[in-house]
Design a protein around this ligand. Sequence first.
Ligand code: ADP
Ligand code: MG
Length: 603
Amino acid sequence: MTKFEALGLQESLLNAVADMGFETPSEVQEKAIPILLEDETDLVALAQTGTGKTAAFGFPLIQKIDSESRTTQGLILSPTRELCLQITNELKLYSKYEKSINVVAIYGGASITEQARQIKRGAQIVVATPGRMKDMISRGLVNITKIDYCILDEADEMLNMGFFEDIKDILSNTPDEKSTWLFSATMPREVSVIAKKFMHSPKEITVGDKNSGATTVQHEYYVVGGRDRYPALKRLADTNPDIFSVVFCRTKRDTQRVAEKLIEDGYNAGALHGDLSQNQRDLVMNSFRKKQIQMLVATDVAARGIDVDDITHVINYQLPDEIETYTHRSGRTGRAGKSGISMVIVTRSEMRKIKAIENKIKQKFISKKIPTGMEICEIQLYHLANKIKDTEIHEEVENFLPAINDVFQGIDREDLIKKIVSVEFTRFYDYYNKKRDLNTVDSGDRGERRGDRGGNAPTSGSVRYFVNVGEKDGYDWMSLKDFIRDTVGLGKEDVFKVDVKDSFSFFNTDADATEKILSTFTDFKVDGRFVNVEVSKNPGGGGGRGRRDRSRSGGGRKDRDRRSSSGKGRDRNDSGKRRSKRSSGSGSSFSGNRRNKRKSDFF
Ligand code: ADP
Ligand code: MG
């Protein structure tokens, strides 16, 4: 008897298991499958990503479904379109020897009528993203009032992405007597709230360490020259306008110096180290908690007591001497089930240390490039545009409007937008315009295509795009790559250099795919939101520098002077108290006609 047989799976499923090449059940499968087959019970299962959770609920679900009936009996909620499709495909493989089990995926960004049609044909199992599911329920396109099983997959991720209300709504449409199976990598408070609220004395299984947040932290390194640490740090901050971070230095002196420089350059920074009085340290920590300080520069010893949950980035300005210390540093982010990024600025000679850390933490680092000046400009512009869009209008503004309108008289909307965003763009552009690439030669070029770096020819066969979705929308580089490839219908290697930021991303394709890409993403919506793809102004994709448009740099010096003088003057004294000088940037792409015309004239 194989180990899978011992779990109680029926013949047809065992055949499918064999076809899939699964030999031994994973731990979560071994624990969950017998429970789910034997009892009608609620279950909370905690296991890290990649431990085979899909099969742990998939096999029991299929075995329990009545395939004679067309009624929808099982609902699986999952955070992203990619996961929905993945689960659906897996379930189809598991059920290949069942007579007539239909599994239908429901997710945003694809035709709702087509999905409704598939449901109507009879789907015993529905795999859905919460947003689209809610939509379909409210339109009466799906009926989940008779389900026996509801599975919340990647529950922590769904809650992270803000689906709590949607899930609540969806569950209110399901019968009380169903069984609910919750699968999650971590158990943050929000997940236990769901478990308490919607489940009846669930059984609990845990694989590995319950509170281990290891996989929620992504580790990245950036190779630069020894003297470029500070400019590299600035670029990392400029690439992440909403950064909330701890920057680790090795000595008290470096800590103080880096913090001072950041403050001088207009960032919301503060220093935390042992030479400060207790009172000073309390002040700094209070400002940090209130997010008045976005970049807390600290020594390892001083940072020990930091108990702040939402830290987005840990930046290793220098690597620590002890490998063990790295674990403590990176553990400051990715807490409470949130994801985080630990960035390391290294020189080539320190690369050995990266390997040693990888062995220690049993996780791979991703080799990243310090963004080029133009990438930063683009990011900042987009951030500014979003900020303008989300700004609440102050009612007092009304009183001044007549006079303001006089000033803007005769300027049309498009020009006005261009002018508004140029206020910031010019500042960043002038600052970064003449700055060189900080990446050391042949550093981290893994996977890079030859020809992309062609000095004067900005595109040389490869086109870089900007897309307005990112981590916030649940993408990482792999899933975004898949999404673009699948949506446009491209081949396996056609999308490359995918770089996912918080709320937007970049990627490359060969030039001959550009038309297809742009036409696919015209008026294209996912979960009710427009997904917009533009040709990026920065064709190299993190690597190349190219031509500059001289006519654009007129007036540059004046603005740069203004930037530095204001940085050194007003901002210096009241470090943590005021918002940063660098607010943000403006969009690359406000009018469609700029798309191609401007593609190459910045560089
Ligand atoms: P999780 O949901 O926990 O992140 P998945 O269910 O997506 O993990 O499974 C990860 C990968 O492992 C999939 O490719 C799956 O086919 C494979 N897998 C699952 N169970 C087994 C098993 N018992 N033996 C071998 N491979 C498995
Ligand atoms: Mg999974």
